[in-house]
Design a protein around this ligand. Structure first.
Ligand SMILES: [Zn+2]
Ligand SMILES: [Zn+2]
Length: 137
């Protein structure tokens, strides 16, 4: 939660009970949820919260650097509260996104062609395939 309070202050974002609740819910989530999923979890606790608020707040979180948007797959945006370097395995059938850590991937070299043209700020390896559950189907 410290990062939330600190970055909100730095960015002049007012700390409201709703924003706090949305961040807490995201922080708890290990499944890289979409705004819709977060909304459905929150509505049980905060019946008057609107989807629009959740959606806008999550976007704001990504802008102030306390949440990552998981690289798009043409579906609703998925959010990741883990700002530490890590990588993803995505199941192509059920769309589960699972975190993993790997030192070699962390230190992966940027191709010269890219580094000449662009400034790379974030490197993430995404592996895709079938998760255990889907493999058994
Ligand atoms: Zn799966
Ligand atoms: Zn992740």
């Amino acid at each position: 939660m410290d990062m939330f309070y600190q970055r909100s202050k730095e960015c002049g974002l007012k700390i409201t009970p709703q924003r706090t609740a949305i961040y807490q819910e995201l922080l708890k989530a290990k499944d890289h949820p979409s705004a819709d999923i977060i909304y459905k979890r929150l509505i049980k606790k905060i019946p008057n919260i609107s989807f629009d608020t959740v959606n806008r707040t999550l976007l704001t979180f990504s802008k102030i650097g306390i949440a990552n948007i998981v690289e798009g797959y043409g579906q609703p945006k998925r959010y990741d509260p883990d700002m530490n370097i890590h990588h993803h395995f995505r199941c192509i059938l059920c769309n589960n996104i699972i975190d993993f850590h790997n030192k070699d991937y962390d230190n992966i070299a940027v191709p010269e062609k890219i580094s000449r043209q662009f400034t790379v700020m974030n490197k993430k390896v995404v592996l895709e395939g079938l998760c255990n559950k889907c493999r058994k189907r």
